[in-house]
Write a protein that binds this ligand. Structure first.
Ligand SMILES: Cc1ncc(COP(=O)(O)O)c(C=O)c1O
Length: 218
């Protein structure tokens, strides 16, 4: 397969004109699109559904990169964007230590039509698990999974949602504090700084344009 990069618009979202052109150019061979959501620049593309629809209309599939799921948990569902398959990095969102070379482990979620193509356990075909194994051992590095389990159980749904909001607020705070020293490429459309009291989930682009400067103690 060949990777084709779709351009980024000036606000950090997916450039629709370029996407349309690339779809037309590669329609006969189009396999899928991979979308990191929100993007690594922190942009929530409010038109992501149209992007998914356009790919599906051209016969392609949509992979939602779950690496930034800690900015979505409790607030949005990748499956509702139009994604067909997504992975969750437990070490990025669900408390697994991030470093030391692993172990990396996490679920890959797919829509039902992709089930026959999911990796299985070649060692146990009698159990209906045939195909290419995703890891050498049956459940991968299963020893770390109780960490995520305990984290989810301790936090609960509301706690996880609060953690997401807190992470968004903290990321915006750091971006604001470092803005004079490091360029922040995309700042969204807001004109006021969200506080923990005023934050709502309705903002599709949470990074404000002109955050006020405050002292760390404020
Ligand atoms: C956007 C994005 N996708 C995927 C990955 C891969 O994550 P990992 O190899 O740690 O599971 C990263 C890692 O930083 C990432 O930033």
């Amino acid at each position: 397969m060949k990777v084709v990069v779709v351009a980024t618009a000036s606000d950090g979202t997916i450039d629709h004109a370029d996407l349309t052109a690339k779809i037309e150019q590669h329609r006969d061979a189009l396999s899928c699109i991979m979308i990191t959501y929100p993007s690594t620049h922190g942009v929530y593309d409010a038109d992501v559904r149209e992007v998914c629809d356009a790919i599906h209309a051209a016969g392609g599939q949509v992979y939602i990169d779950g690496a930034n799921l800690n900015a979505l948990v409790g607030l949005a569902q990748p499956g509702l964007f139009g994604g067909d398959v997504s992975h969750l990095n437990l070490h990025k969102t669900f408390c697994i230590p991030h470093g030391g070379g692993g172990p990396g482990v996490g679920p890959v979620a797919a829509r039902a039509h992709l089930a026959p193509f999911m990796p299985g356990n070649a060692a146990d075909p009698a159990n209906g698990e045939s195909g290419t194994p995703i890891s050498a051992s049956r459940y991968g590095s299963a020893g770390v999974l109780p960490i995520s389990w305990a984290y989810v159980k301790l936090m609960g749904g509301q706690g996880l949602t609060e953690a997401t909001k807190s992470a968004l607020l903290a990321a915006n705070y750091i971006a604001s504090r470092l803005n004079d020293f490091f360029p922040v490429l995309y700042t969204g459309e807001g004109d006021s700084w969200p506080t923990s009291a005023s934050w709502t989930c309705a903002s599709s682009r949470p990074r404000p344009a002109s955050p006020p400067r405050t002292s760390p103690s404020a």
